[in-house]
Design a protein around this ligand. Structure first.
Ligand code: DGL
Length: 273
């Protein structure tokens, strides 16, 4: 018998194309769900802006996705999740899931020593959202955070391999040398695209093998339960659709999206917020 379900799309947004890491994780885990994505490529990066500006941008993104009749919102952006999640929850008449809590849950599950490193944007680090979320779950755990803002433009430009991203990653991870972390959280949507480089450099610079926790993957895992708890799952178990929208530069977005997702993405619509 066909399961009854909710076929409305899940709205996902990020400041740019980094949120595709969350989209890919969602589509791998929940292939029957329809997804509509918004990348605010006209205004990326968010991570260097004030909280007021991030909240304003986040509200505009939420309203834009609301027009697609979404059943819930996934805030793929760590910066927005750190700074504006509560505002969005009040603003929008639908369930909202951010990436910080799933990331913190996964980090707490992964660590053995309780020493967790987090790399993220300047705003995410300044907000203290990860240390707060981790200590709410494991009072003895300690978080050492490092802002790694230059990784964002590298990803937006599609520089995902080679010497330049490696050197930049090396420079940032140097700050974690001697911190004795056993777990490293990729606390920014863009960083999973550089995961291979980050893992190699982390092993060398930290001198021990740290488990890398990807908040995108962690979010997709929690999303499955989140939908089930609210009876929002789609009845289909495959062939979910993906609609992509951006606020600028659809061509370069399409190129990186196809490379990253590994399939053609069709027309990327440009929207004005
Ligand atoms: N999406 C942002 C995040 O996850 C990174 C890019 C930006 O700074 O806008 O924090």
């Amino acid at each position: 018998m066909e399961r009854s379900g909710d076929s409305r799309p899940i709205g996902v947004f990020d400041s740019g194309l980094g949120g595709l890491t969350v989209v890919r994780a969602i589509r791998e885990r929940l292939p029957g769900e329809n997804v509509v994505y918004l990348g605010d490529t006209a205004r990326v990066p968010y991570g260097t802006r004030s909280s007021e500006t991030i909240v304003r941008y986040a509200r505009a993104c939420g309203r834009s996705l609301e027009k697609h009749g979404i059943k819930m919102l996934v805030v793929a952006c760590n910066t927005v999740s750190a700074v504006a999640l509560d505002v969005l929850r009040v603003d929008l008449d639908m369930p909202v899931l951010g990436v910080i809590e799933p990331g913190a849950n996964a980090a707490v599950a992964a660590t053995r020593t309780g020493r967790i490193g987090v790399i993220g944007t300047a705003s995410t680090v300044a907000s203290g959202a990860y240390p707060r979320a981790v200590s709410a779950r494991a009072t003895k755990a300690e978080v050492v955070s490092v802002a790694a803002p230059l990784l964002v433009p590298l990803v937006e430009e599609g520089w995902l391999e080679g010497e330049v991203p490696r050197l930049v990653v090396e420079r940032y991870l140097e700050a974690l040398r001697g911190a004795s972390i056993d777990t490293l959280v990729l606390g920014c949507t863009h960083y999973p695209m550089l995961r291979a480089i980050i893992e190699q450099v982390a092993d060398r610079v930290l001198g021990t093998h740290a488990r890398v926790v990807d908040s995108a993957e962690a979010t997709a895992i929690e999303l499955e339960q989140f939908l089930a708890d609210r009876s929002l799952q789609n009845a289909r178990s495959s062939n979910g659709t993906l609609a992509l929208t951006v606020t600028d530069r659809p061509r370069s977005f399409t190129e990186v999206a196809e490379r990253f997702l590994g399939h053609a993405v069709g027309e990327v619509e440009v929207v004005d917020l």
